[in-house]
Design a protein. Structure first.
Length: 186
């Protein structure tokens, strides 16, 4: 029997990286995770028939929630790889339409000669986050694939906060604007 939950009920406790001291447990509610996933589903234009290639670690909010929630809300297939392996990703790209990664993964993919426009022909969206991506990696990626990576920014405590647009100009080395219903203060 499904357990009934309210929006403000605790859904998960995820531990931060502890960059300012000891790791802290960030408490995420069901409402927080659902609202973030619904915004991303729309903002990144998830659609029936999308296939996510998932090669992110699931001990991190990016792989555990962001990628999977978007696919689940859209009822999409997930090619779930047990770890990031350049060969496995390149072999599975022709069956995928979306890949979420981190800069190091894209740098490693660019080290494989098979990673090119033909290998990425079915992919409509590559996202990157969890660390800054250099403009050089952006330029090489676009030159090799004829696609542009969508950078975004999130944090364990809040989920995804900003994103470059799905449709529109993406500025390499930036994380875009506040997502709908997100307020930022600098």
């Amino acid at each position: 029997t499904p357990a009934m939950r309210r929006s403000d009920d605790l859904a998960a406790i995820l531990y931060t990286s502890g960059t300012t001291g000891r790791s802290k447990g960030a408490m995420l509610s069901h409402g927080n995770m659902l609202s973030n996933a619904l915004v991303l589903k729309d903002y990144w234009a998830w659609q029936p028939g999308d296939v996510l290639i998932h090669a992110l670690p699931i001990f991190h909010v990016h792989g555990l929630f962001v990628a999977l929630h978007c696919a689940m809300l859209s009822g999409n297939e997930v090619i779930f790889l047990p770890q990031f392996d350049v060969g496995a990703v390149v072999d599975n790209l022709p069956d995928a339409t979306v890949m979420m990664g981190v800069p190091t993964q894209y740098t490693r993919l660019l080290g494989d000669a098979r990673f090119d426009a033909a290998a990425c022909a079915s992919v409509r969206l590559f996202t990157s986050g969890s660390a800054p991506m250099t403009e050089a990696v952006h330029a090489e990626f676009t030159a090799r694939t004829a696609l542009q990576i969508l950078e975004r920014y999130g944090m364990t405590e809040a989920g995804m906060i900003t994103s470059n647009p799905y449709d529109g100009q993406r500025v390499p080395g930036t994380v875009g604007f506040a997502l709908p219903d997100v307020e930022l203060r600098v």
